[in-house]
Design a protein around this ligand. Structure first.
Ligand code: ASP
Length: 350
């Protein structure tokens, strides 16, 4: 009996001291970097989910619209840009990546959230996945409805993104995309629908986890290497090698490839039909580009699946990256090697 009482007392003491220690612990600090997009967009009418102006609200206004953040983290909000993500470019990517790396070196910063337009969000997220030099959580979020809309999804997405960035369990999972209760890996998550709230899907690998009651629950890790495991160092880069994407379709034209070479493209991603097939109309121009030192990578316009080796089609294999993500990896690969074999190996690794 005595032992039982002592045991209960110990549990109660642990519980009490546990709670009091927890109560004294400061909330983690999460940096929120705003870049624009619909999440910062406003429209005349609450009914409008199109025809609004993206990138209007400031980083501070976005954070202020979510009072519940007070219970999750201490927030440092910063404006990095205020653009629709159709206007994200390589120089903004580099600026953002450098800022994220600087912030994550600060021992007081537990994680970073980036608010971003959804249209090219997956490109920025995958870029960061390859160049962030920290295992602290980095989360990219956005919204499908502007801040002024009935049922705006931005505030909930910001709260969820910060909850993930503040979670110790989110460490070491690579850069994540959080929207609409889903936690996806940047490597595998893409926008799949132009209008729906449920637009980000993790094809080929499944989601990393979900949020319930705004709390993250993790189930998976990605096997592909990321962040600290990559050779990519953006700290001294002022620009990225030019890589273009050329779409495959019936009756397509070789002159698109000739034009890319004439415009000094160092790499070309073919958004090929099916499993990265190229038509007889474009193959001569692709071969010419390769002879001139351009690295060509085959990907699929279908949005899913692997590219198998096939001697009939010139170019490296883009693994199962969609064309826009293959472009991101090819740009970074070309900053460390022009050797086709080494570039090919990176498409398996990352
Ligand atoms: N056009 C917007 C953008 O990508 C769409 C969005 O944020 O959902 O910036």
């Amino acid at each position: 009996m005595k032992t039982i009482h002592a045991g209960i007392a110990a549990v109660v003491l642990t519980f009490i001291s546990g709670t009091s220690v927890m109560a004294q612990q400061p909330l983690p600090t999460v940096a929120v970097l705003a870049t624009g997009g619909t999440i910062a967009g406003t429209a005349e009418q609450a009914s409008q989910t199109t025809g609004y102006k993206p990138g209007v609200l400031s980083a501070q206004a976005l954070v202020a619209s979510v009072p519940a953040l007070d219970k999750v983290a201490r927030i440092n909000a910063e404006q990095v840009a205020n653009v629709g993500s159709d206007n994200m470019d390589n120089s903004l990517l580099l600026k953002l990546a450098k800022r994220v790396n600087t912030l994550l070196q600060d021992k007081d910063v537990s994680g970073v959230v980036i608010t971003h337009g959804t249209d090219t969000l997956e490109e920025t997220a995958y870029f960061l996945n390859l160049v962030v030099k920290s295992d602290k959580p980095v989360v990219v979020t956005g919204s499908m409805r502007p801040a002024t809309a009935i049922g705006a999804d931005g505030p909930s997405n910001i709260l969820q993104a910060v909850s993930v960035a503040a979670s110790p369990e989110a460490k070491g999972r690579g850069v994540m995309i959080v929207l609409n209760d889903q936690i996806g890996a940047a490597r595998f998550t893409s926008k799949t629908d132009a209008n729906s709230l449920d637009t980000f899907k993790s094809f080929g690998a499944g989601a990393l986890g979900r949020l319930v009651n705004q709390q993250p629950y993790f189930d998976n890790r990605v096997a592909r290497q990321h962040t600290l495991q990559t050779p990519f160092d953006v700290s001294k880069l002022e620009s990225l090698p030019k890589v273009d994407i050329i779409y495959g379709y019936q009756n397509d034209n070789g002159y698109m490839y000739d034009a890319a070479v004439a415009h000094q493209a160092k790499g070309i991603v073919v958004a090929g039909v099916g499993a990265g097939s190229e038509s007889n109309f474009v193959i001569p121009s692709i071969r010419k580009a390769i002879e001139q030192g351009v690295i060509v990578v085959r990907s699929s316009r279908t949005g899913g699946g692997y590219i198998p080796a096939d001697d009939a089609y010139p170019g490296l294999l883009g693994d199962n990256l969609n064309p826009q993500k293959a472009r991101i990896l090819l740009m970074l690969a070309l900053t460390v090697s022009q050797d086709p074999a080494q570039v090919q190996a990176m498409f398996r690794q990352f």
